[in-house]
Every structure is written in C-alpha cells, then in structure tokens.
Design a protein around this ligand. Sequence first.
Ligand SMILES: [Zn+2]
Length: 448
Amino acid sequence: MKKNVRTIWSVAIVLLMAAVLSMAMPVLGEPAFAQESGTHPAALDVNAMSIGDTPATAKKENPMIVGEKSATAKIKKKVTFKKAKVFNIQNARGKVTFKIINGNSKITISRAGNVTVKKGLKKGRTYTVNVKIRAGGTKNFAAKTVMARMKVTATARKVKVETAGPKNTGDDGTGITHVVILGIDGAGRFFQDLDMPNLKRAKDKGAFTFNCLTSDPTLSAQCWGSMLHGVEPDYHMLTNESVASTTYPLDSPYPSVFRVIRENMPDAELASFCNWNPINTGIIEEGIDVRKETAGDAELTEMVCGYLEQNDPTLLFVQFDSVDAAGHQYGYASWDFMLTLAMMDENIGKIYNALDQRGLLDSTLFIVTADHGGTLEGTHGGWTDEEKYVMFMASGPGVVVGEFEFMEIRDVPAIVLYALGLSDKQPAGWTSYIPAGLFQSMEGGNRP
Ligand SMILES: [Zn+2]
C-alpha cells in the first residue's frame, strides 16, 4: 500500500515537472538539466499511448469527388460564377458548403459555392485561392472535407476561373494535397514509453508502428538520407562527413523526394526546416527551389508556425535535434532524455495547431518519425534494437486507424508520393515501398 502511494506521488511529481519545464521551455530555449541523469522507471510507464483502441468509424467514407473545371467571363465591376460553372462536384452525400481559406479580398466565395471576382486584379497574374469544400454527410456516410485549389486570372477584358484538385482522384483517393514530416533526431521508438498528448491527438486518428527499421549504420546522414532518398546508404552514399561539405548530385538516380515532387509539380511549395543544417545543405539537393531554414528547436517551431500562416506546402520537412543531443549527453532512455522527448510534444502540438488553423488538417498527411534511436551509454551507429527501430506515425484522410506491423525508413518517400498521387513517378532506382496497413486504399501495401 505504502509503495503504491509512493508510486502515485512520483508519477504526479514527474508530470508536474514535465508541465513546469515545458512551460519554461520556450523562454529557456534548449533544455539545460540540473537533475541527476539515470532512468526513472516511474516516468517511463506513466501512460503508454493507447495502442489501436480507437475503432475505425462505422460510417462509410463519403464518396464526394471534386473534379476540375474552368469558366471565363467578361470583366465588369464584379462578376459572379455559379458554383456549377467552376466546381465539378460529384457523388457528395450531405450538404456541400464552401469556405475560402486564404487568397485575395477581391475574390470571394459564398457558402453555397458561388464565386465572385471584383475588378482590380493585376492583369495577367494568376491568383491562387484555397477553398475548403465540405460534404456534410448522412446517417450512413461520414462528413468529408477536401481542399480545392482555385486559380483566377484576369486579362484586360476577361476573368478566368479554374479549379484544380484536390488530388482526390489520385492514388490515395482521399484528397491529400500536403505532407508534413516531423523528424525527431535520435528519438527511436522511445515514444512508446511516454504520454505525449499532442502526439496522441494525431496518432489516435492515424496509423502507426513502433517497428520501423532504419538504416545501417544508425547514423544521422545515413538514416535521414534513406528517409528522403528511398534507398539504403550503399546507394545514396551519404555520410556525416560528406553532407557537411558536399551538395547532393542533381543527376543521381536516387533523387530526394523533394526533387521528384519538383520535377512533377513545378508549382509545388516545398520547404525544409532543420536544426541540423547538413540536411539542408548536403542531403536535399540545391537548385530545386526548396525553401530551407535552420534554427534551434524552439525557434524552429516558431518559424514553422509562422511559415504555415502564409503557406500551404506540398511537402514540409522539419527536423528537431534536442532529443538526440540529450541522448548523447545523458544516454538514450535516460531520465533527462525522456524528459526532453516528452517536451518535444509541445513543438508537435504547435505545428499541428498551425495546420489546423490554416484549415489544412483535412488535406494533410501528418507524419512524426525519427532517424534512429541510441543506447543508454549515449551512442548510436550500431545495430541493437534500441538503435535500429524508430516510431513512424501518419495521420490524415484515407489512413487506417491503428497499429501496423512493419516498415523501413526508406519507405517514407514512397508513402509521400502515394499520398500526393505521384506513385507512377517513383524513380526506378528507389527501393521504397508502401507498408501494408497504412492506407485504406491499398490493403496489402507493396512492400515485398
Ligand atoms: Zn540522428
């Protein structure tokens, strides 16, 4: 009995400390720990994240499809296009409503979907407006929200409105038009021992595995390289030394997923925000119009949130480094390491909320993963379970809810291309596969 009371107390203290420290975190920047290091068993099983206990929704998926259409009209003081002229919506179940997410004050959409363009747009320029289209659902069909992209171009005499996407007729059939990857360096699969409420919010709506096998050796450049280039290190050849001094060749048969998207979607917004700068300079190619930023974890989070206020990235990659730093300093799975990982939850939450505020959650594949884990001695590079397995979590439309069995880190780029409807553009040299149990539309996956 006494022992139980003591356990409850230590759990309460741990939670309180994590809360206090996470509040102090943005002010203090990177954590500097005064506590002794060493494991703290009570902290480690505070609340294992609920695994697969959220049943898939009983309602059928709403079959709404948003196709492309365009219309042109003579320019007047203002011109209104009826919904049916610009939005080709089929099979929707439930009432369909429209809302502009961002754009220009001269372009408006009524709730019913009629588009009004006022005079005064710059001639010849194309304005892109993101529109949230929601089918309300019925007793048997779930509500569904998709993001469509509307392009408005005015000439001296005419105004043209075109709608494109979302790619809900693409591979995934669900309308993912954005992918966000949060990579937590050195976090391995230690997530499974922590209560991370923000991560849980996404994870409860997503697919996840704690058996994502990373690359050998379990070093940063090798593993991030595999995650972004779709092959094992023997092929991409990236090492911590090479990425510090060399840019990745633009003619490699193993291009990064960024390069593949750029070559097939010239207008895509691509961004990489990394604490560890060599990812930006040595792993992701130069000259393919990827916005690249570097900062410490706390500042990086603010930068990403600021970026998301203005932008709708097709692919946004974020890499955090403070967890790995704690692992090297105190030992992976040590008390200080676990606390640093627990505090990472706040960064995840801020970025998740920023996507929500932008209205992008319904059209985003939101991924959280790691490049490798590490040992209690504070090292990685070897092939122990603590080093070679990482967590992978993806939530978004069309994703299976619950745990799936297995994948490899080099499967990430195939997953990204599939989500964006670009699977047929996958480079022949990649050995990147869709794991079974991730997408509803691809029951068996294609991983051999
Ligand atoms: Zn690393």
